[in-house]
Design a protein around this ligand. Sequence first.
Ligand code: UDP
Ligand code: MG
Length: 324
Amino acid sequence: MQTLTIVVPAYNEAHGLEAFHRRLSPVVAGLDLACSVLFVDDGSTDATWNRIRDLAARDPQVQGLRLSRNFGKEAALSAGIDHAESDAVVVIDADLQDPPERIPDLVAQWRAGYDVVYATRDAREGESPLKRLTAAAFYRMMERLSDTPLPRDTGDFRLLSRRAVHALRSLHERQRFMKGLFTWIGFRQTGIRYRRQARHQGRSKWSYWRLLNLAMEGITSFSVAPLRLATWIGLGSSLLAFAYGVWVFIKALIWGDPVRGYPTLVLVILFLGGVQLLALGVIGEYLGRMYAETKQRPLYFIEEHLGPTTRGPSDAVPQDLRSR
Ligand code: UDP
Ligand code: MG
């Protein structure tokens, strides 16, 4: 029988996990696949890990992975994907915003020969108009800027075949924008549509500040357009400055050179200063990311692993890249 691992990143989801498991169980039972559910506790500060333990004690299909601290959803996903040894992997949120009932549809597309089956949302229930608007703007912008267009309105809810999983594991970058990476690996990809539901309980962990940073991550890891933009602005303002210089020179030849023009001088200095700082900032963004990459730090550390190969907390070894 073919195997499927369902990877569920969870950060402070203690109160929702039972309900999630209750809704997932019948779906899993209905699949003719050997399934396991791998919860990745992303350094929760509440009882999430205890809940995962309870579930694992009751249900042999449940496995758990506990990260040594909160590394963020992207790292939690990577941890889950790294530890899934199965023919296919499904990634799903723990807050029931992604309906588990659609997993069979993902599996059907996989059986039809697709390597990445993503789920595109029709509606975003329970999200404010502002969030919808900013999300829409982000996807449109990525479409324009990036060399690997993201499928619109698509979250992390998706199925990955074994070779897609192996491709993802071979990507060593530290600054991970998973949505982009899922698309970037290529292979045969297709989508299904679903209705995104309101969060079952608790609040979204993504403040606008975090979302803005994620968007920045997405743009800088998949596009050098901002760098190019800085070049174009620099070129444009140099041309303007040159034209203005010619004009000043001709003016001085014709009408002489009385000491005037202080306002224009200040204006030009301020404008160019601003452009230079902006360009420096853009370069800095990329430089900072290069710095983070060159440090080659592991993406996460495992504190505890509940599973078929249950290992104790003493195994909190660095996940060396070569051994992944
Ligand atoms: N999550 C995580 N680490 C974090 C933040 C979130 O593992 O640092 C998990 C969270 O438990 C949930 C999923 O990622 O299962 C999506 O998070 P959330 O619902 O807060 O995001 P949204 O649905 O608003 O995009
Ligand atoms: Mg959510």
